[in-house]
Design a protein around this ligand. Structure first.
Ligand SMILES: [Zn+2]
Length: 186
């Protein structure tokens, strides 16, 4: 009887422990699912025609004289940086998977850095206080990031990477880079 009583307790404890483990696994899986859904949502905004255009405009800015004069284009540049600032906040808060953000966007972020810095200086001249504060951290992370994908492999590291690198060059010869196999983000 004593042995049976002791086993009963042990079984009860094991079942309780299993229940805790299962709920922890469920929480982790749910969180991952939520992160993926959040990423998909912001990804479709970032991949819209409008944001694409905004990103290209920013990448072409290398001095204040290149900042768009057209009001709509000017607003689009600001909106694009605003959406990327939001992506940076999501990444920082763990709302979206960090690795996905960096794998997909490290080269586009690198391409935008110079133009974004020019726009920031211009905005600060007009009294704006450090615009897009979280984006600068993401720019730094992207600059230091090396993915295991073909885009970051040394030249000649395989036919795939060569082809990808060639495809990533704009007609003017300027590197415009593709983040990964999803490529064709241009
Ligand atoms: Zn890369």
């Amino acid at each position: 009887m004593n042995w049976f009583e002791a086993s009963k307790d042990l079984i009860a404890i094991s079942i309780a422990a299993l229940a805790v483990v299962l709920s922890l696994i469920t929480v982790v899986l749910q969180r991952r699912q939520q992160q993926r859904a959040a990423y998909r949502e912001i990804y479709s905004t970032l991949m819209s025609d409008e944001l694409h255009r905004g990103r290209w405009m920013i990448s072409r800015i290398s001095g204040p004289e290149h900042i768009p004069k057209d009001k709509l284009d000017y607003r689009l540049v600001y909106r694009t940086l605003g959406v990327f600032d939001n992506l940076a906040m999501y990444e920082r808060q763990g709302v979206v998977p960090r690795k996905w953000v960096l794998d997909v966007w490290h080269h586009p972020l690198h391409d935008m850095y110079k133009g974004a810095s020019v726009i920031r200086r211009d905005a600060e001249k007009d009294g704006a206080v450090s615009p897009w504060p979280q984006l600068w951290t993401l720019f730094d992370q992207a600059a230091a990031y090396r993915s295991s994908l073909a885009c970051c492999q040394p030249a000649g590291g395989g036919r795939g990477s060569r082809v990808r690198r060639l495809a990533a060059r704009a007609p003017g010869g300027r590197r415009t880079s593709q983040p990964d196999g999803r490529a064709a983000q241009r």
